[in-house]
Design a protein around this ligand. Structure first.
Ligand code: ZN
Length: 68
């Protein structure tokens, strides 16, 4: 009886068991799941609390005529 134990991880996105070794997208099962996870992070961090009003500054053009 031979039992080969392979290291597997569960994909954080779809919970599918995927081999760790030889997996370019670990701990994800595929590139798609990796992208989904990254998308979730980007979406969750889109929380800006400090909202500052835009300041209107007059454009002061200073024209000095030295020769006149
Ligand atoms: Zn997956």
């Amino acid at each position: 009886m031979k039992e080969k134990k392979e290291l597997t991880v569960k994909c954080p996105t779809c919970r599918v068991e995927t081999p760790w070794q030889g997996n370019a997208f670990r701990p994800f099962c595929s590139e798609r799941c990796k992208m989904i996870d990254l998308g979730n992070w980007a979406d969750g961090s889109y929380n800006v609390e400090s909202v500052e009003p835009p300041d209107f500054s007059d454009e002061g053009q200073d024209s000095s005529n030295s020769m006149g």
